[in-house]
Design a binder for this molecule. Structure first.
Ligand code: WT7
Length: 646
């Protein structure tokens, strides 16, 4: 079958910020003369002291480090708020749509500025100083964005923990970054269900003696325990402080936030982003990729607990003076038309969502879409995992009415913003391909030995040079940064993804080549799920792999070896699933538990995951070479004990 190519609509080519010729010229310049390119593009944000240098990064062991715009000074919150007050104080900055369709709030730039300043003043009054870490464990409410900006305003470092994470996972993150203050809400609200955020914080804090203060946003008004001297309701403090707060003068390389993400080994990594480069990257990519126009309503559906919510829900759009829609609920509540009802209600122009959500909505049929007027849409986006052509077609046809380009943006928590992506006025689309590199981005494909592959090829996706939004380190573990990303292929940043590049230079991400599982566009480390499982008293050993899943992209398949004498049972299967959910959170829910007699190990004791993946996928005809196994009979035993799919 011939490959589908969807050309750039003529209207887009004529009016977009960048057309095909401009893309080629700007991308070439960004690589040939980066100093000149970045001196210009850095002007997308306001600097207190403009930088005289751009990239000073080095990917090699000798002199390793990432640095951008080093002598520049700025304040990120002032860029997202104050600089818009002269021209758009009354324009909506955040349109908030509650879980209940009857519930909404609109915050103008002036409103968001005042709320941010008040939270900043409360934080200061609680003793928060520049460089201190602040944990945010919040639902999707405007206070979440304001709390992020409040930290940025006073130079504190926020670490947002997704509200779906368990008390255990929250405690680990609080301990890792050494936060002394947590901002949470009494409860979250999702599909009408109350999420016990404050109660989760209380449990987490049993293991975090250094946390001195908990600020609680009253969201549902549900009854929660308030510990005297430690816990305070934010709404009682806000009126007592000033509605203005001078923004702290920050260095370009001052830390802005930490965001935890799963790696292929060990515990989650605290990905550290800094101020100047991150904001330039978030703002610049938001401007070009979404071809942002003032006055339009822009909606990124990601939770602020993920990096997409940071860069494209808060920092990028607000730096550009956009109107960012924030949705508290889920796509299926009160019915499967919720997304489309929101697009119609707020006349959304740009919708940026994820393949897993699109597949779930597609399954419910297009009548839900057709029931709403989606004529306001002009651009669609996708992120999180490769989008399968069926979902792409459905999104393009029924949601975008065949007139809206789809920007399939490939990037990672570590990257700060989109690295490989179409630009809507410049790039002909191939469904399923993230297409071409953003300005300043130099992707290379290397084989297993690190040889750079030319032309059409498939290999390990690396980046040959730094870009402003690149992470600067792993919180508290300086050596792990280099080891995790720069040691596999010397001189290159290794993404952990496989990729095919076609004859037109388009990139097709083939998925992770490491032990990271992509569940609904979110990263889960096999090692994390394994350590949750072995923490159960009856479990001796566990090995976890990803398997193809219709809705989630990948599901979690867990091999479990019980302690000698223990019996597998349906009750234990359920118990282990509940156990993992409690240890990490619902995102880590195993889809299958395979009570296994043993694991395929090499003579040196290394688990051969390749074989585990094949058995999990029920693809046992092509197991490959099993001769190096310490005990080759384990393979047959594993095939015989496969659980019957539910
Ligand atoms: C991994 C990063 C930052 C986006 C949210 C996920 C996969 C992400 C795409 C895409 C194919 C994609 C990659 C990447 N991924 N976007 N458009 N096409 N794959 O962030 O949790 O840091 O995960 O998600 O495998 O490495 P993350």
């Amino acid at each position: 079958m011939a490959e589908t190519i969807v050309p750039v609509p003529a209207q887009w080519a004529a009016t977009a910020h960048v057309d095909a010729a401009a893309y080629a010229r700007l991308h070439a310049q960004s690589l040939a003369d980066p100093q000149a390119f970045w001196a210009r593009e850095a002007g997308i944000i306001d600097w207190i002291r403009p930088p005289s240098v751009a990239d000073a990064s080095n990917f090699n062991a000798d002199g390793f480090g990432i640095s951008w715009f080093a002598d520049g000074q700025l304040n990120v919150a002032a860029n997202c708020l104050d600089r818009h007050l002269a021209t758009r104080a009354n324009q909506p900055a955040i349109i908030w749509e509650g879980d209940d369709p009857g519930d909404s709030r609109v915050l103008s730039y002036a409103d968001l500025h005042a709320l941010t300043c008040r939270i900043a003043n409360v934080l200061k009054a609680q003793g928060v100083r520049p460089g201190d870490r602040v944990i945010l464990y919040l639902p999707m409410i405007p206070e979440a964005a304001a709390a992020m900006l409040a930290c940025a305003r006073i130079g504190a470092i926020h670490a947002v923990v997704f509200g779906g994470f368990s008390p255990e996972a929250l405690a680990g993150r609080i301990q890792d970054c050494g936060a002394k203050i947590v901002i949470t809400a009494d409860e979250g609200l999702r599909a009408g269900k109350h999420v016990p955020l404050k109660a989760n914080v209380d449990q987490a804090l049993e293991h975090c003696p250094d946390v001195a203060h908990v600020l609680v946003v009253r969201r549902t008004g549900g009854a929660v325990a308030m510990q005297a001297g430690r816990d305070l309701y934010l709404d009682e403090l806000l009126p007592r402080v000033a509605a203005t707060c001078p923004p702290e003068v920050m260095e370009a390389e001052s830390p802005l936030f930490i965001l935890y993400t799963s790696g292929s080994t060990g515990k989650p990594k605290g990905v550290l982003h800094t101020s100047g480069g991150y904001l330039v990257w978030a703002a610049m990519t938001h401007h070009y990729v979404f071809d942002h126009r003032p006055g339009e309503v822009y909606w990124c559906t990601a939770d602020i607990g993920w990096v997409t919510g940071h860069s494209y829900g808060v920092y990028g759009p607000l730096a550009n003076g956009a109107t960012s829609l924030m949705f508290e609920g889920v796509p299926s509540h009160p019915d499967h038309g919720r997304f489309w009802q929101i697009v119609e209600k707020w006349r959304v122009a740009t919708l940026y969502s994820a393949p897993t959500a699109i597949r779930a909505l597609m399954r419910e049929g297009e009548d839900w879409v057709k029931a709403h007027d989606l004529s306001s849409l002009r651009l669609l986006g996708s992120v999180g995992e490769p989008i399968n052509p069926e979902a792409w077609d459905w999104y393009h046809r029924f949601v975008g009415g065949r007139r809206c380009p789809i920007v399939d943006t490939w990037w990672q928590t570590e990257n700060g913003g989109a690295l490989i992506t179409p630009l809507p006025g410049a790039t002909a689309l191939k469904p399923g391909s993230a297409s071409l590199p953003m300005f300043g981005v130099e992707p290379v494909l290397v084989d297993g030995e690190g040889r750079i592959l030319d032309g059409a090829a498939q290999g390990n996706l690396c980046l040959a040079r730094s870009w402003p939004g690149q992470m600067r380190g792993i919180w508290g573990e300086p050596a792990r940064f280099f080891d995790a990303y720069f040691s596999t292929f010397p001189g290159l940043y290794f993404t952990g993804d496989g990729c095919r590049r076609d004859e037109d230079g388009y990139h097709w991400i083939t998925g992770r080549v490491d032990d990271v599982i992509n569940v609904s566009g979110h990263r889960m480390g096999s090692a994390e799920v394994e350590s949750a499982l072995v923490a159960h008293p009856l479990v001796a050993e566990a090995a976890v792999v990803g398997v193809a899943h219709d809705l989630k992209g990948q599901g979690i398949y867990a091999y479990v070896i019980l302690n000698a004498g223990e019996e597998a049972s349906e009750a234990l299967r359920r118990e282990l699933i509940a156990w993992v959910r409690r240890e990490i959170g619902p995102i880590a829910t195993p889809d299958a538990i395979h009570f296994a007699p043993g694991l395929p190990k090499t003579r040196s004791g290394k688990i051969m995951r390749r074989i585990l993946r094949k058995i999990a996928e029920n693809d046992t005809a092509s197991l490959g070479d099993t001769s190096t196994l310490a005990d080759p009979t384990v393979v047959e035993a594993l095939i015989d004990t496969r659980p019957v799919p539910a």
